[in-house]
Design a protein around this ligand. Structure first.
Ligand SMILES: *Cc1c(COP(=O)(O)O)cnc(C)c1O
Length: 355
């Protein structure tokens, strides 16, 4: 039987998507050829790329609004550099909410001045800073919508006149937002969309072309836009699986439908963390808690072995916390069913009853 997969990333994907992906690896579109042994410039694959790009914009409500969707390589980590390469002329403003923000800041500093508008570092990133000032003369503002490692999530975004750039790797397509507030959104596929190996970049075209530096082709958003995400050989398999996941989401009713389920899952688990005297949450402020990654711990370390044995018995996978936080992290991405969260809650209750 399939495990209850709470892995933080690469993470659970819909079973129907895995089945269709496996079929396409053996025989793509009844061509008697594998998806991964045909030209990326073939009619069938170009259709996949176009469909994936269109679906991404459609889900985000950004069609015909001056945005382009790209499927690039190098992970979200390359976007830390690429965003700065294309947008940072003098100075950029960054909100530091954890490891990934910090890595983004590190790359941007190679190319210009970085103003850290606020940080939650003093409390091991267990909250989202609010009420900070964003300098109006910065080239852009960068934030991380969901902090995968610490389990915090931005529930609102600041109002600013400068372009807003957001790393949405671990909560893209999980909740409705006014995505048109953002000029650049990027997300590694392996958290909520597909296998590792491709990164979705959604960019408002009119913010490009404003820096004076020469940009190498592979790092240049304009080049990738012009070549329709096929400047070089794209990650054909990850793009195909991402396309299938976006189709799956559309069939379910889109972001608004999945958001309802995501809210139910988060409520079920956080209620248990708060109620069960054996556990404590890592993020104290309810409004800062991530609906994708719930971080928590046992109050009494002596129960660790028993709890972990119960977890294993129940067929639960991927619950270990990140080494910088410890404890447990339940990642509840789009494809994780509500029933899996119920299984985890049942294990927590059984532990309380001494079963
Ligand atoms: C996982 C993750 C990254 C790093 O992604 P890679 O694709 O491995 O480079 C960046 N940001 C966030 C928010 C993440 O969760």
């Amino acid at each position: 039987m399939k495990k209850h997969n709470f892995s933080a990333g690469p993470c659970i994907l819909p079973q129907s998507v895995l089945q269709k992906s496996a079929d396409a690896v053996l025989n793509f579109n009844n061509s008697n050829l594998s998806l991964i042994e045909i030209s990326h410039r073939s009619k069938d694959f170009v259709a996949v790329m176009d469909n994936a790009r269109d679906l991404a914009l459609e889900h985000l409500g950004l069609q015909n609004k001056g945005y382009q969707a790209l499927f690039l390589q190098g992970g979200a980590s390359l976007q830390f550099l690429m965003a700065a390469f294309n947008l940072l002329e003098k100075k950029a403003a960054y909100l530091n909410t954890g490891t990934w923000s910090n890595n983004a800041i590190k790359e941007a500093k190679l190319l210009g001045e970085v103003v850290e508008v606020a940080t939650s570092k003093s409390d091991n990133f267990n909250f989202i800073p609010k009420n900070y000032n964003i300098p109006a003369d910065a080239d852009y503002f960068h934030c991380t919508s969901n902090n995968t490692i610490f389990g915090t999530q931005m529930q609102s975004f600041p109002e600013t006149q400068i372009p807003m750039v957001c790393d949405m790797s671990s909560d893209i397509f999980s909740r409705q937002l006014d995505f048109s507030k953002f000029s650049l959104i990027y997300a590694g596929a392996q958290k909520n969309m597909g296998p590792a190996g491709t990164t979705l970049v959604v960019i408002k075209e009119d913010i490009l072309g404003k820096v004076s530096r020469a940009i190498p082709s592979m790092l240049n958003y304009k080049v990738h836009i012009e070549k329709e995400s096929m400047f070089n050989t794209p990650a054909v398999f990850p793009v195909y699986v991402s396309m299938l996941t976006l189709e799956w989401l559309k069939d379910l009713g889109g972001i608004s439908a999945i958001e309802k389920v995501n809210n139910q899952k988060a409520e079920l688990l956080y209620n248990e963390i708060d109620r069960n005297p054996l556990f404590e949450g890592f993020v104290p402020k309810k409004e800062d808690r991530s609906k994708m990654n719930a971080t928590f711990n046992l109050k009494n370390d002596e129960l660790k072995a028993t709890f972990e044995d119960h977890i294993k018995q129940a067929g639960i996978n991927g619950l270990n916390g990140h080494r910088s936080v410890g404890g447990y992290r339940a990642s509840m991405y789009n494809a994780l069913p509500l029933e899996s969260v119920q299984v985890l809650v049942d294990v927590m209750q059984a532990l309380e009853k001494g079963a």
